[in-house]
Design a protein around this ligand. Structure first.
Ligand SMILES: Nc1ncnc2c1ncn2[C@@H]1O[C@H](COP(=O)(O)OP(=O)(O)OP(=O)(O)O)[C@@H](O)[C@H]1O
Ligand SMILES: [Mg+2]
Length: 389
């Protein structure tokens, strides 16, 4: 069964004061409107239903509607049907102290965002990600780790714990908490244990995705085939040696780098320094040296291969949030992308300024006209997917 977002309610969120949307089971939802109308804001709201900082990685305070009064808080609430057919009510918003994101699941407060991972997963492509292959490794790690969230529910929790331990270790090293060797060793043991699992999940994700890249390219496709690898000490050791041995070596590496880390104010060892390398397979060209359209094509290929993998291995696809994804694609590639999207058994949200470029998605898709502060439903779409032509 597909994972479906049925209803979405936004309160004091970005440009919306109160918005109620009912997607009525539609699997493809097209949001169109002028620049600044509020399309990306809706995708951002949906992205906040999954663990993490959302598709803009924005500050929680920036999400509150600027016109709302001082005591108002923003909230995003949704009715979701999980891949196993369970109806769930989930909500998120800023807490009264304006410090952290609260999560509610079926009317009760969740302990952490990580509880969302077993209910919903979302993957997105945004115009900002057009620079994914050009900018630093952190964006690529975030992108591929998010693909892994869908695949391994524990991955998000482990990464959060890992980052927290890493910060705490630096504080201890820099004497803020007084150097306590036992505490340091415990932190490093936790870091090493999490790092081994994080590295293994990343390797497993890439190995499985590679099989689906082959499937995707078994038929002829206009999108470039990506070859993806991950560089990092723990990732390269994974599979070569027993996990316990890698863990022990990692602990030693953390221990041996204490002094250098203290002096530099950063951690030199660990999976937070790994990078994902993408190559245009047929041209043997690193993604960073490909054209803008080719880079976009590689991103689309990765997201499609991941969706196919999820469908094949776990029986559902994450919710796809494709912001302005058609913009850099020529007509043939756009048509091909839409054919793939129609063949997926999952929910997909697309945005663009011109409804005409999405014509190939009619009548299956629900079309929504976004205007500042409000959204009109132009065409309800159908809940059934068309078979791939
Ligand atoms: N906290 C906020 N309060 C009120 N308005 C906001 C807030 N944050 C962003 N906005 C405004 O919301 C509007 C809609 O932004 P959004 O990015 O969703 O537009 P869009 O429809 O995706 O446009 P484009 O086609 O240019 O990408 C913008 O004008 C933006 O300034
Ligand atoms: Mg936008």
């Amino acid at each position: 069964m597909p994972l479906l977002l049925h209803k979405l309610n936004l309160t004091h969120f970005r440009g919306y004061d109160a918005l109620r949307l009912d997607f009525a089971g539609a699997q493809i939802v097209v949001l169109t409107g002028l620049n600044g109308a509020g399309k990306t804001n809706i995708l951002e709201a949906i992205s906040l239903l999954a663990p993490g900082k959302g598709l803009r990685g924005a500050d929680l305070l920036d999400m509150k509607n600027r016109l709302a009064s001082a005591e108002d808080l923003w909230a995003v609430a949704a009715e979701v049907e999980t891949a196993s057919g369970l109806p769930m009510r989930i909500g998120t918003g800023l807490d009264r102290e304006f410090k952290r994101r609260l999560i509610r699941i079926n009317g009760r407060d969740a302990r952490s965002q990580n509880e969302l991972a077993s209910i919903i997963s979302a993957v997105w492509l945004t115009p900002q990600m057009d620079r994914l292959f050009l900018d630093g490794a952190s964006g690529r790690r975030k992108f591929f780790d998010r693909l892994a969230f869908a695949f391994d529910e524990e991955h998000a929790a482990r990464l959060n714990r890992y980052d927290k331990s890493l910060r705490e270790r630096l504080k201890v090293l820099q004497g803020e908490m007084g150097v306590d060797p036992v505490w340091l060793s415990n932190l490093e043991a936790q870091l090493a244990a999490d790092a081994v699992c994080i590295a293994a999940t990343r390797r497993q994700l890439l190995e499985q995705m590679a099989r689906y890249v082959e499937k995707l390219y078994a038929g002829k496709t206009l999108f470039p085939a990506p070859e993806i690898s991950v560089s990092g000490w723990a990732e390269s050791e994974t599979g070569l040696r027993a996990a316990v041995d890698i863990e022990e070596d990692l602990r030693a590496r953390f221990r041996d780098s204490r002094r250098a880390d203290m002096l530099a104010g950063k951690s030199h060892e660990g999976v937070h320094r790994s990078d994902f390398l993408v190559t245009h397979r047929d041209r043997g060209m690193p993604a960073a040296q490909c054209s803008t359209g080719e880079q976009k094509g590689l991103l689309v290929s990765i997201v499609l291969a991941h969706a196919l993998m999820m469908q094949g291995e776990q029986g559902f696809t994450p919710i796809l949030l494709l912001d302005e994804v058609a913009a850099h694609l020529d007509d043939a590639r756009r048509d091909e992308l839409f054919r793939y999207l129609l063949s997926l058994n999952g929910q997909i949200f697309l945005t663009g300024t011109d409804p005409e470029i999405f014509a190939a998605l009619r009548p299956a898709a629900m079309f929504c006209a976004v205007e500042p502060g409000r959204v009109g439903i132009a065409n309800k779409g159908s809940t059934r997917q068309q078979a791939m032509p």
